[in-house]
Write a protein that binds this ligand. Structure first.
Ligand SMILES: Cc1ncc(COP(=O)(O)O)c(C=O)c1O
Length: 369
C-alpha cells in the first residue's frame, strides 16, 4: 500500500477517523521537541507565545479554507458536537424563544432531543415517507406560522449515509451540524447563522468542536448556562476560557495546512466526489451489495451499503479487516456496512475496497447463511 509504512491499513471508520499519513509523520517527527521549544506541544502552556501563535494560525487557516466572512466568529469549544446540541439552545432560546429542528436521521434527532430538554423545540421530519429509498424533501420554511429563533438541521447524517447538498432557504438563522461533512466541500457560510463540527473526522483527532457563529446571534436572549457552553465567553477569551485541547488543536492546525497545500476545498471537493462516485457505481452494478439512499441524497463522506443479510455483512467486514480494510461495520443502531471516505482516504483506498468487494462477491455471492 502506498506511503503507509507501519500504518498498514485503509481505515474506513466513521470517526475518530483516518488521518493523513504525512500529518502523522510530521507530528511524530516533532513530538518530543516542538518548534525548538525543547518540549512537546502537549507539554507547553496554552498561554505561551508559541501556542497562541498556533491558535491564531489555525483560526486564520480555517477562515481561508472555508472563506468565512468577517462577521462570523471561529470558536474551538469542548464537549464534542453533543455539547453543541445543548449550547445552541442555551445561547439562543432565552425569553421563551422557539426553534424548529428538521430531522432526517439519527444525529438530527439526537440534537432535537437534547435541545428539547431546555427550550420550546418543535421537530419536523424532512424524509419522504412515500419513497422506498431514503429521500429528503426540501422543507418550505417561507409559510412558517411561528416566530423561530433558529432552524436546525444536519446536512450529512453520518449513520444513515444520507446528505442534503442543496441549500435550505430559511427566513430564520440556520444552525447546521456539519460534523461529518465539514471541509469535504465548499460551504456558503453566509447562508448560516451557526455551523458546528466535532473534530474527529475531517478536522483531525477527537477533542474539540469547531463553532462558526454569526456575530448578531450573540445578542439573542439566553438561558442560564454552564460557562463552558457560553459563546460570548468563548469569544471574549478566544476559546481559552478553560484550557483548550492543545494536542487536538495542534493536529487540526497541521491538517488545515495539509489541506491548503493540496489546493484547498476546490481540489478536495473534486477528489471526494470522484471517490464516492466510484464506490456508488460499483454498488449499483453489484449483484450482491446495494444502497438504500436516493441518488441525490447519497453522502460523499459516509457510504452505506449492505448485502441484505446480517451474517453475510458480518463476514464481509471481518474478512475485509483481515485484508487491511478496517472499520467497515455499520453503526450498531443501523447495522449493515459503511465506508467513510473523509479527506484523508486516498483514492487508492477506495480502489482497494472495490477490488475486495469484487473478490468477495465472486467467492460468497451464492453462499446462503
Ligand atoms: C453528525 C454528527 N453529529 C454529532 C456527532 C456527535 O459528536 P461527538 O461524539 O463529538 O459529540 C457525530 C458523531 O459522530 C456526528 O457524526
Amino acid at each position: 500500500m502506498e506511503n503507509k509504512q507501519q500504518n498498514t491499513t485503509y481505515n474506513f471508520t466513521a470517526g475518530p477517523a483516518m488521518l493523513p499519513v504525512e500529518v502523522m509523520q510530521q507530528a511524530q517527527k516533532e513530538f518530543l521537541n516542538w518548534q525548538s521549544e525543547g518540549a512537546s506541544v502537549m507539554e507547553i502552556s496554552h498561554r505561551s507565545k508559541g501556542f497562541i501563535s498556533l491558535m491564531q494560525l489555525a483560526r486564520h487557516n480555517i477562515r481561508q479554507l472555508l472563506d468565512i466572512p468577517n462577521n462570523y466568529h471561529v470558536l474551538f469549544m469542548q464537549g464534542g458536537a453533543r455539547a453543541q446540541f445543548a449550547a445552541i439552545a442555551h445561547n439562543f432560546l432565552g425569553d421563551n424563544g422557539k426553534a424548529l429542528y428538521l430531522t432526517s436521521g439519527y444525529w438530527s434527532e439526537m440534537a432535537a432531543k437534547e435541545a428539547a430538554q431546555f427550550g420550546d423545540v418543535k421537530t419536523r421530519s424532512i424524509l419522504d415517507e412515500h419513497s422506498s429509498n431514503k429521500k429528503i424533501i426540501m422543507p418550505d420554511l417561507s409559510q412558517e406560522a411561528q416566530d423561530l429563533r433558529y432552524v436546525h438541521y444536519c446536512p450529512n447524517e453520518t449513520l444513515d449515509g444520507l446528505a442534503l447538498f442543496e441549500n435550505i432557504e430559511s427566513p430564520y438563522p440556520l444552525c447546521a451540524d456539519m460534523t461529518s461533512c465539514i471541509l469535504s466541500r465548499h460551504t456558503p457560510i453566509n447562508r448560516y447563522g451557526l455551523i458546528y463540527a466535532s473534530s474527529q473526522k475531517n478536522i483531525g483527532a477527537a477533542g474539540f468542536c469547531l463553532v462558526i457563529v454569526r456575530e448578531d446571534l450573540l445578542s439573542l436572549p439566553r438561558l442560564p448556562m454552564a460557562s463552558v457552553l457560553d459563546y460570548r465567553l468563548a469569544v471574549e477569551y478566544e476559546s481559552m476560557y478553560s484550557t483548550p485541547c492543545t494536542y487536538s488543536l495542534y493536529l487540526a492546525s497541521l491538517i488545515f495546512e495539509w489541506l491548503l497545500d493540496k489546493g484547498g476545498l476546490d481540489a478536495v471537493q473534486d477528489i471526494n466526489h470522484k471517490k464516492a462516485d466510484k464506490l456508488y457505481q460499483f454498488i449499483d452494478a453489484s449483484p450482491l451489495f446495494h444502497n438504500t439512499i436516493a441518488t441525490e441524497n447519497r453522502s460523499h463522506t459516509n457510504v452505506t451499503f449492505t448485502t441484505g443479510d446480517a451474517k453475510q455483512d458480518e463476514r464481509f467486514y471481518i474478512n475485509a479487516a483481515h485484508s487491511g480494510l478496517i472499520g467497515l461495520q455499520g453503526h450498531k443502531m443501523q447495522g449493515g456496512l459503511r465506508a467513510s471516505l473523509y479527506n484523508a482516504m486516498p483514492e487508492a483506498g477506495v480502489d482497494a475496497l472495490i477490488q475486495f468487494m469484487q473478490e468477495f462477491t465472486e467467492t460468497y455471492q451464492s453462499v446462503s447463511n
